[in-house]
Each structure stands twice: as structure tokens, then as C-alpha cells.
Ligand binder design. Sequence first.
Ligand SMILES: C[S@@+](CC[C@H](N)C(=O)[O-])C[C@H]1O[C@@H](n2cnc3c(N)ncnc32)[C@H](O)[C@@H]1O
Length: 374
Amino acid sequence: MGFDQLRNSWETFAQVDPLWAILTETDKTGNRWDIAAFFRTGRSDVDRFVAQAQAALGDSWDPARGRALDFGCGVGRLTQGLGAHFAEVVGVDIAPTMISRAGEYNTEPDRIRFLVNDADDLSQFDDASFDFVLAWIVLQHMDPQIGHNYVREFLRVLRPGGGLLFQLPYERRVYVEELPDTALKGRVRIGARLRKVAAGTAFDLPVRVTNTSKAIWPADFVETPIRVGNHWLDLAGEVVQFDDGRAALLAPLPPGQSATLQLSCSAPLEPGRYELVVDLVREGVGWFVDRGNRVDSCTVRVTPAGRSRERVAASPPRDAAGQGDRLGEAVMEMHTTPIAVIEELVTAAGGEICHRETWSNPSFLDVEYIVRKL
Ligand SMILES: C[S@@+](CC[C@H](N)C(=O)[O-])C[C@H]1O[C@@H](n2cnc3c(N)ncnc32)[C@H](O)[C@@H]1O
């Protein structure tokens, strides 16, 4: 995902369901986070971070008089917590709506400030202008090249002796998840009008999928993921091409939510009229239609190669007002960086890793780094 799409996705999350986008607890979708409970998590997280940083950096590091930067601050969950330890705190985020919400929740505007940082660097801040930089559950959501440049920037804006605490998964866990059979309930809708396509043409078809089960559908990096696929049938209903394209869920899809995926298809090689059938599939387990779900389909004229005029024309979304759809347009990507790459990066940027802690969650092997600016 490029920088513009990253910004647009997070702006969509911020407008639709910001607290859930920050802490994606499945029972908190649809703006169901209690604000006080949400900010309590930030205070206890920061108390732990500061204690860890103090132990790693030593007594010469004194937060009480220092200035802290909270990178990817969201609505200020951790920024407010930093305010309890540092004299001055700045929170930056790529999404303007996150920053305006953070301003509304700000309890100490004289010491805690929020700014939009709409750049792939931190050029709005001087060298050596912070004592602490925090980047928690942020860098994993962007292309590693963009994320690695921010790590260099964190070290540039830190004073010598200052501390950087960030977290970034280092490996995906591939696992066979315990999805019950009842999770295989969903809806698919073709999101474009496709009437004519040249034989053999490869094209992307937008497909809107909705999870109508009670279970969260995992994103694609599990062993038996839920994906969208398609088949081609002739008008007599005979299958001419079973199992054509595939589209993956890039982020977990909670119950009741929708996402729009781009399904890569290829038109049959023989011209004629066909039925393009789209269905959900759990890889290695089976198609959703075989479990009582409905497919979506459209009739397509496949013209001789090179003679097609109309290709895939996007039609207006049929239920654009739904929150799930709007969330579906936004992608929360997940990336990893091997520990050795971070070690090299930090050293080259003038830092020293003084604490490293690893743990695993259902999808990733994760690591927290505390770095001293040399
Ligand atoms: C999962 S939230 C975490 C928010 C906050 N760190 C917390 O733990 O409460 C990720 C945040 O990073 C922000 N973000 C993503 N990419 C960013 C970038 N390139 N620069 C600044 N903020 C970014 C998003 O807008 C979002 O608010």
C-alpha cells in the first residue's frame, strides 16, 4: 500500500470507528468502546512503557523534565498517558480526523499537543528535540520501507541519551485456526457491471463480502483462509472453468462487517456467453455455497480476443451507507520486519538496542524494542 492509500485508509477508520480501529477488540466494533475504559488502557500501557524505559536507559534519563513524541497517536490514548510522566508531549498522526478527535479528548492542552504528520518523514521536527519517542501498534500497519524510514527519523529527532520504544512484529504465525463450521456464513455481491470482455483477458472484479456469521473471519495469513473465488459456467449451466481467481482478506472481518476485495479473474478463451459465478471459499475446507450460502453471478459476453470495448465498469455501491462497507474500503495492512533488519537499521541510525522483549499473539510473533540514542 502506498502512502496515499495508507492515509486514506486511516482517515476512513478515523471517521467510521476510530477507537475500534486503534484497539480492534471484536466486541467493540460499531463505536462500542467505553471512552473511559479506552483511555484507562492507555494510562496503564504508558506506565509500563516508562518503567521499562527507565530500567533500560538508567537514571540519567529523566522523563519528568522531558519532551515526548507519540508517533501514530490516534485519538491520544497513549499521548494522554505520556502526559502523566513528561513535561511536554506531542502526538502526531497521519489521519486528520484522529487528530481532531484527539484534540476533543485532550485534558491538558497547555502541555499536550496534537499535530497531523502527513509525510513519510518527521521533517516538521528539529534534530535532537525529544527525550522519548513512542510508536506502539503503528509501524506494523505500513509498508516496511516507509516504517523503516520513520525509525531513522525517530533517532534523528531524539537527543543523545534519549529513548525510543517501539513494537513491530517480526514473523507471521501460520496456524490452523479453530474456526467453527458456523463461521462459514457470508454474503458476496459483485460490485461492478461486467457485460463484455475479450477472450482470455485478465481483469479485477470488485466483490463486496459480508461476514454474516457470529465469528470473526481471520485475515489471509492463516493456513485455511476465507477468500473469494469464481467459476465460469456456460449458459446450459455446465462448468467450463472451475476455480479461476482468488481474493484475500487483508484484515480480519468481524461479524456483520463488509469489505470490498478485488478478485483477479481471467475470461474463458472461447468467445460466447457465460455466467460468471462468485462465491466465498474456505481454502482446503470448501465453498460456502455447499453450506447453504448464496453465490452472486452475472452474464458476460466473451468476445473474440482484442475486440472487447466494454471492460469492468464500476457500478455505485448498493449499500454505501453501511458502516461495514465504508470500513470495507479501508485496509488495515499488517507487516513484519525481521529482528536482524531492525538491529542493523537502529545501529546505522545512531542508536543502541538496550532492551528487547518478544511475545506471540494468535497471528504474529511480536517484539518490543527500547533503543538509546547514542
Ligand atoms: C492501531 S492505531 C494505534 C494508535 C495509538 N498508537 C494507540 O496505541 O492508541 C495506529 C495509528 O497509526 C496512525 N498511522 C498510520 N500510519 C501512520 C503514519 N505513516 N504516520 C502517522 N500515523 C500513522 C493511524 O492513523 C492510527 O491512528
